[in-house]
Design a protein. Structure first.
Length: 196
C-alpha cells in the first residue's frame, strides 16, 4: 500500500488503495491489460485499414487536405470545428505548405504501426503515447467520435506501461538479459553447469 504524506501546518497522510497500485505495477495485472491493449490496437488498425487502399490518403493526400480544410473553416453561423485559434493557424500553415501530401502517409502508417505495436505488446507505453497524440489532434481538429474514449484508454496504458506489455514483446525486450542467461544455461552440459 502506498502512503502519501503532505505537510502544511501539520501532517496529512493519505493511503492509496492497494488495488490501484497493483493495477499498474503487478505483473498479474497484465491479464487485465491484455484485452484492453489488443482492443485499442485493433481500433487503430481498423482506422488505418480503409485509408491504406485509398489513393486520396496514400498517394495524393487529398483526403487529409479535405479534412484539414473542413476543420479550419469558420462558418458564418454556428460554431467552428476548432475551438483554439492557435491550432487553426497550425493546420492552416500545414495546408499552405501542402504538407498534406506527405503527412497523410504519416497518419495512415502511424495508425497502422501503433495498432500493430499495441497488439503484439511492443513498446506499449510509447505506442500508446503516439496513439494518444493522434487522438488529441483529432479532438483538437473538432472530431470527437470515439477519440475521447481511445485517448483515456491510451493514457491508462501509458501509466501501466510496465505491466501492459508483459504478455507480449515487451517481456522479451525488458528481460532480454535474463532470457539470454537462461538460454546459455540450457546449452551448457551438466558438467559445465555444476562447475559454475
Amino acid at each position: 500500500m502506498a502512503t502519501i504524506t503532505a505537510s502544511r501546518r501539520g501532517t496529512t497522510t493519505l493511503e492509496a488503495p492497494s488495488l490501484f497500485q497493483q493495477l499498474f505495477t503487478n505483473r498479474f495485472a497484465a491479464l487485465l491489460w491484455l484485452p484492453i491493449r489488443v482492443w485499442l490496437g485493433w481500433q487503430w488498425i481498423e482506422a488505418a485499414q480503409h485509408k491504406i487502399s485509398d489513393p486520396a490518403w496514400t498517394q495524393t493526400g487529398l483526403a487529409l487536405k479535405g479534412y484539414w480544410t473542413g476543420a479550419v473553416a469558420i462558418p458564418e453561423t454556428g460554431r467552428a470545428p476548432i475551438a483554439f485559434d492557435w491550432y487553426r493557424s497550425f493546420l492552416q500553415g500545414l495546408l499552405d505548405a501542402n504538407a498534406y501530401t506527405w503527412f497523410a502517409k504519416f497518419v495512415v502508417y502511424g495508425e497502422l504501426l501503433v495498432g500493430i505495436a499495441l497488439i503484439i505488446g511492443a513498446f506499449v507505453g510509447i505506442a500508446a503515447f503516439f496513439g494518444a497524440v493522434m487522438n488529441w489532434n483529432y479532438m483538437m481538429a473538432g472530431s470527437a467520435s470515439t477519440n475521447p474514449m481511445l485517448f483515456v484508454v491510451a493514457l491508462a496504458l501509458i501509466i501501466a506501461w510496465r505491466v501492459a506489455g508483459y504478455i507480449g514483446v515487451d517481456y522479451a525486450v525488458f528481460n532480454y538479459r535474463t532470457l539470454l542467461d537462461r538460454a546459455r544455461n540450457l546449452r551448457k552440459t551438466p558438467s559445465e553447469s555444476s562447475a559454475s
